[in-house]
Write a protein that binds this ligand. Structure first.
Ligand code: FAD
Length: 375
């Protein structure tokens, strides 16, 4: 059940202990919480982070490792819902976030692009529409029409998102936590926060994405906990999937890790209803589908060395939830990335930190948490 990424040995964090009360408490030491903490400390605030588990012990150390630009919905779909200008601004904002991740992550990030593949003619048409919109917006994008055997009959076309990349996500978030500690942030692991009353009146930022924190008042449960399952096979000697691939509207995703293992996730649609849960466990139907999928990709039986589950937060409009919690003066949140939180988590951690220090941003109204209360 241990995620492959978290199995990598970790360096101890720089030890920081704040005297007295902090200015800001961050709940959650995933990518969002660590990013928020780093940016708040850089703005001169005293910050303490709590996590019930270890750094990156939630979805941030349990995900597929895809570092993708954009929102969870395809670019053209997002632009249709928020308007073309805002859609382009969101896309450019996430591209800048990938640049900053590259600058900070060292060998936890490889900029290899990503391939969103079509598995049939219908999905190919959808991808063509997204491709045309990306090109019209001036975003670096390539269309892929042909694949080498044995994949030539499997895929009907693909978009190459050139600026994307792949992460060893636990290594990246541990590094981000170390940067935050280096900037003076105190990080208390294995400490669950049960109530806001415990936090001495500090400003609080809840960065729990899909894990129910119990701290979000009227928003509790409105970011819907959703389970994802992933496997990592034995190392495969041939390099087949340097670039992360995702298809069937993101229901399948896979790539090859540095040591040759095929890391594959998804297949929630095998039992869609039962995967809307915060219960972090493996299920036989999804695991069987993942194993059969990687065997089919490689054309031979592969051993599964790691299998794990994680929880992410789904939002019905596929936009993040960032801002003040309605009804509270000093409680903020950032999360709700609908399975797309590696880049968005980093970017939204910074965004919420800037909002707390009163730096306005034109993107914030799009992510206003209050919209969840209106339907
Ligand atoms: C299986 C899976 C695959 C995914 N694949 C991808 C992918 O390839 N690319 C991508 O971009 N995104 C992916 N995602 C989504 C992405 O991982 C998440 O959106 C992102 O990691 C969220 O980061 P976070 O810091 O907001 O939350 P998390 O990393 O989930 O951290 C939340 C933390 O809050 C802590 N917490 C909660 N409540 C409390 C409390 N009361 N007291 C103390 N601590 C508390 C939890 O212990 C947890 O560690 C995937 C998610 C899953 C589950």
């Amino acid at each position: 059940m241990k995620p492959y990424w978290l199995d990598e040995p970790r360096e101890p964090l720089p030890s920081v202990t704040l005297d007295g009360h902090p200015d800001v408490v961050v709940v959650g030491a995933g990518v969002t919480g660590c990013s928020a903490a780093l940016h708040l400390a850089e703005a001169g605030l005293r910050v303490r982070v709590f996590d019930a588990r270890e750094v990156a012990g939630g979805a941030s150390g349990r995900n597929g490792g895809f570092a993708l630009r954009g929102m969870s919905a395809p670019f053209d779909v997002t632009a249709a819902s928020v308007g073309e200008q805002s859609g382009r601004a969101l896309m450019a904002w996430t591209e800048r976030a990938i640049d900053r991740i590259e600058a900070l992550a060292g060998n936890a990030f490889r900029r290899v692009g990503s391939l969103r593949v079509a598995v049939d003619a219908e999905e190919r048409d959808e991808l063509r529409a997204e491709f045309d919109a990306l090109v019209a917006g001036g975003f670096d994008t390539e269309w892929v029409d042909s694949f080498e055997a044995p994949f030539d009959t499997r895929f009907a076309g693909a978009i190459r998102h050139v600026p994307d990349g792949v992460l060893q996500p636990a290594r990246w978030v541990r590094r981000l936590a170390a940067l935050a500690a280096g900037a003076g942030v105190e990080i208390r692991e294995h400490t669950h926060v049960s109530s806001l009353d415990e936090l001495g009146g500090a400003t609080v930022v809840v960065c729990a994405d899909g894990y129910p924190s119990g701290l979000l008042g009227p928003l509790e449960g409105l970011v819907i906990p959703t389970r994802g399952q992933v496997i990592a096979t034995e190392p495969v000697p041939e390099r087949l999937f340097e670039t992360p691939h995702y298809g069937r509207h993101g229901f399948d995703y896979w790539h090859q890790a540095e040591d040759g293992r095929i890391v594959a996730g998804g297949f929630r649609d095998v039992s869609l209803d039962s995967e809307f849960t915060a219960e972090e466990r493996l299920t036989e139907p999804v695991q069987a589908a993942l194993h059969a999928f990687v065997n089919g990709l490689l054309g031979r039986e592969l051993r599964v060395d790691y299998a794990w589950a994680g929880i992410f937060g789904m939002v019905l409009d596929f936009l993040p939830v960032v801002g003040r919690v309605p009804g509270y003066d000093n409680v903020w949140t950032a999360g709700g990335y609908s399975g797309h939180g590696n880049v968005l988590g980093f970017a939204c951690g910074e965004l919420v930190a800037r909002a707390i220090v009163c730096e306005d941003d034109p993107l914030l109204p799009l992510f206003d948490p209050a919209r969840l209360l209106n339907g």
